[in-house]
Design a protein around this ligand. Structure first.
Ligand code: PMP
Length: 410
């Protein structure tokens, strides 16, 4: 496990003068905090003996039933018995990796991939092999080629890790046609799929996409989270897994934490039972849509020629590619000096890629700050372009590695 090289930079991004387009924190201030406060007070006063007690390792059964209702919005039919409640989807990632991966095993992951997953895979000494994605998500032909190549080399692939919907960090979504192809290819090579889907209900344009798990209950392990749809501070996520896998997950969870927090689980259960949670998610979607629009508009107006970026239809992130010869990591301290922060692309690759890319998030700053952040960033990129044209290119740093991101970056 290696600490993030950019952690030092991030220690300054919470300063008010810096516009941070780096963090992935949901905008929890949009919640009805007073109503939730009352709800929590009543929960402890009325059911304190249960709320403040240990609970079952698999998680509260009524919450697991509710979780099945949430997943039904994405076409998933599941039994509460196959759900394990975890401390955020992050613990779900950890448990799944722990039970499947031995040092040196291959894990396939999108290029780029969620930094927190790469950190987990590194901690269990997995050998991450990246498979490219484009605007339509993971590229099926590239997946097939990679699996064939690894097969010929006699390498054992434990699973494919994918964030198919509103991907972190790329902001892209796997199309319906590709979903079927990805499942077909994984079935042909007998590879498990880890579908990590914390943003699935945060789409701006249409009904939720059908989850991969909805079309293959035996091959797909689904990871979910209330971090983005309710509150990240509650730390409630889950795994839905085939029965035999579920049994191992419960054992692994028990040895890690005994049981997930009863307080948090019952808070979520109560929230789902008594609050208009679907309306709240709609409010979040509107809020994030406005911020997405602001960011895309500012990028369209302000970014110098040669920059390209994705146009997310949901979730939190835009993935920007710099013009040839520029290096997002080398540029980061200069951006901080100009009072704007982003996450350099290198953090999202296990193989040293991502030097020309960066992740920009629009989930947390107010729209006027997003616009100002993009304006400052455009100025920094223009400066870099002038440097490039004067000195003929900037040498990429040679100190990359997978790192643990820290909660301010995820
Ligand atoms: N997976 C992805 C793709 C994420 O973006 C995140 C958080 N940013 C997580 C998992 C972890 O989320 P949590 O532990 O808060 O549920």
């Amino acid at each position: 496990m290696v600490p993030s090289e950019i952690r030092a930079l991030f220690s300054v991004v919470s300063r008010p003068e810096i516009v941070s387009l780096a963090g992935g924190a949901p905008y929890v201030s949009a919640l009805p905090l007073d109503v939730i406060g009352d709800m929590l007070g009543e929960l402890v006063a009325g059911k304190g003996a249960e709320v403040l007690q240990y609970g079952p390792a698999q998680g509260d059964v009524h919450l697991r039933e509710r979780i099945c209702e949430v997943m039904a919005l994405e076409g998933v039919q599941a039994s509460a018995d196959d759900v394990v409640v975890t401390v955020g989807a992050q613990q779900a990632l950890d448990l799944v990796t722990k039970i499947f991966v031995d040092p040196g095993d291959v894990v396939l992951a999108e290029a780029p991939s969620y930094v927190g997953a790469l950190g987990t895979f590194a901690a269990y000494q997995a050998d991450v092999v990246h498979v490219p994605l484009d605007e339509a998500g993971l590229v099926p032909a590239a997946l097939r080629e990679t699996l064939e190549r690894l097969g010929k080399e006699g390498r054992r692939v434990k699973f494919l890790y994918t964030v198919p919907t509103f991907q972190n960090p790329a902001g892209v979504t796997l199309t319906t046609a590709r979903r079927a192809q990805i499942l077909e290819i994984c079935a042909a090579h007998d590879v498990l799929v880890i579908e990590d889907n914390p943003y699935g209900l945060l789409g701006f344009d249409h009904e939720p996409m059908r989850a991969l798990r909805a079309d293959d209950a035996d091959r797909v392990i689904y990871l979910g989270s209330f971090s983005k749809t309710i509150a990240s501070g509650l730390r409630v996520g889950w795994v839905l897994a085939p029965h035999a896998v579920r049994a191992k997950l419960v054992l692994a969870a028990e040895s890690a934490i005994l049981c997930p927090s009863n307080f948090s689980q019952l808070a979520v259960r109560e929230y789902l039972a008594t609050q208009p949670w679907q309306e709240q998610i709609k409010d979040f979607r509107e809020l994030y849509r406005e911020r997405r629009d602001t960011m895309l508009e500012a990028l369209d107006q302000l970014m110098p020629d040669g920059c390209t970026w994705t146009r997310p239809a949901g979730g939190f992130f835009v993935w920007l590619t710099l013009p040839e010869g520029l290096d997002s990591k080398a540029m980061a301290p200069r951006a901080i000096a100009e009072r704007v922060a982003y996450v350099p692309g290198t953090g999202f690759y296990a193989d040293g890629g991502g030097h020309r890319q960066m992740r920009l998030s629009y989930c947390f700053p107010e729209p006027h700050r997003i616009r100002e952040g993009v304006r400052r960033l455009a100025g920094v990129i223009e400066q870099e372009l002038r440097l490039r044209d004067t000195f003929g290119g900037i040498r990429p740093s040679d100190t990359d590695g997978v790192h643990t991101p820290g909660p301010d970056v995820v």
